[in-house]
Write a protein that binds this ligand. Structure first.
Ligand code: UDP
Ligand code: MG
Length: 327
């Protein structure tokens, strides 16, 4: 019979030939040192064009706990992590980058919190080393912005480095949306969550696979997956323009009463009409946006709810409830 490992480590790999071996060695010594049941390493090769795959295959050859999912092309970091979660069988699933920016040495602390009863333990970056001023500032702004506008509370300064209970992984497996923001999705799931602080190191070797363009797309995914804030801006702008139209007409009327009907002749009506029409148009765009948002909600097909536990039901009484959300 197949037994489930205690820990599954999920690591996405994209052109990381320089770091794979050191990553494996450090992870192995941490995991073996924990002495807390079996573990597996699920590596997802996200269409690497360097020698990454060959190194991964060599590692799998020498260690049967190493599993490889080899993508047909580059599908992106978040999809790679998703495939890893789909294939992970552990009672706890740990997401970690292969470039050693997320230190494997933090895993025992994450695991300790899990043993205390937390279902999600995310690693919080207390400081970051070896990254450009631009990356640091944009990341900081990005996390705070996301925190403000999203409806679920996505902790700030938190990447994908985290441990999640198998129950949380089960819910994530049911969330098949295409634009994925995994740290938001794990927050959305709920359960007891907590953070552990760490210093984010510089990349061990190689360079970031998140150039500006990917970062912008990633930010867009985050915003659109967890808030309708951009749509609400339309309503506020519409109301502002409408208010301005009223204000302008009152002011102009007042001035004309005081200074004579010639004042601002010919232009005032045009301006007021323009403001008013823009306001109407934006308002109806907002309405359309609301329908689009609802279609989007339906299309994502997330589970309606996630049950942490049930009481008072007997075997066979819950066949209409959402399946597979209770461990
Ligand atoms: N990665 C991936 N596919 C991609 C880009 C990145 O699997 O398209 C992996 C990469 O190998 C690394 C992790 O995702 O293990 C994080 O990427 P990176 O270190 O380049 O991002 P940064 O830390 O600079 O934000
Ligand atoms: Mg990195």
């Amino acid at each position: 019979m197949l037994t489930r490992p205690t820990y599954s480590i999920v690591a996405p790999v994209y052109n990381e030939e320089l770091v794979l071996r050191p990553f494996y060695e450090r992870l192995k010594s941490v995991m073996d040192g924990m002495n807390d049941g079996a573990w597996e390493l699920v590596m997802v090769n996200d269409g690497s064009r360097d020698g990454s795959l060959a190194i991964m295959e060599a590692l799998a050859q020498q260690d049967s706990r190493v599993k490889i999912i080899n993508f047909a092309r580059n599908f992106g970091h978040q999809i790679a992590v998703t495939a890893g979660i789909d294939h992970a069988r552990g009672q706890a699933v740990i997401l970690i980058d292969t470039d050693l920016q997320d230190p494997p040495e933090l895993i025992p602390q994450l695991a300790a919190k899990w043993r205390e009863g937390y279902e999600v333990v995310y690693a919080v970056r207390e400081s970051r080393e070896g990254e450009s001023w631009f990356k640091l500032t944009t990341a900081k702004l990005f996390y705070r912005f996301i925190y403000r506008i999203t409806d679920v509370n996505i902790p700030v300064d938190t990447g994908d480095f985290r441990l999640m209970d198998a129950r949380v992984a089960d819910v994530l497996r049911q969330m098949r949306e295409h634009n994925r923001f995994i740290r938001g999705m794990t927050s959305w799931v709920g359960f007891k969550q907590t953070g552990v602080g760490y210093v984010r190191k510089a990349r061990y070797a190689g360079e970031t696979k998140y150039p500006l363009k990917k970062m912008v797309n990633f930010a867009l995914d985050a915003v659109t997956s967890f808030s309708f804030f951009p749509l609400q801006i339309m309503l506020y702008t519409s109301l502002m323009l409408g208010f301005l139209a009223i204000l302008v007409s009152i002011v102009i009327s007042g001035l004309r009463l005081a200074l004579g009907p010639e004042f601002f002749g010919g232009q005032a009506t045009t301006i007021v009409l323009l403001l008013l029409l823009s306001s109407f148009q934006l308002f109806f765009l907002f309405i359309i946006g609301q329908y689009v948002a609802r279609i989007y909600d339906e299309a994502r097909n997330r589970p309606l709810y996630v049950v942490a536990s049930r009481h008072g039901f007997h075997e066979g009484e819950i066949e209409h409830a959402q399946p597979n959300v209770e461990g």
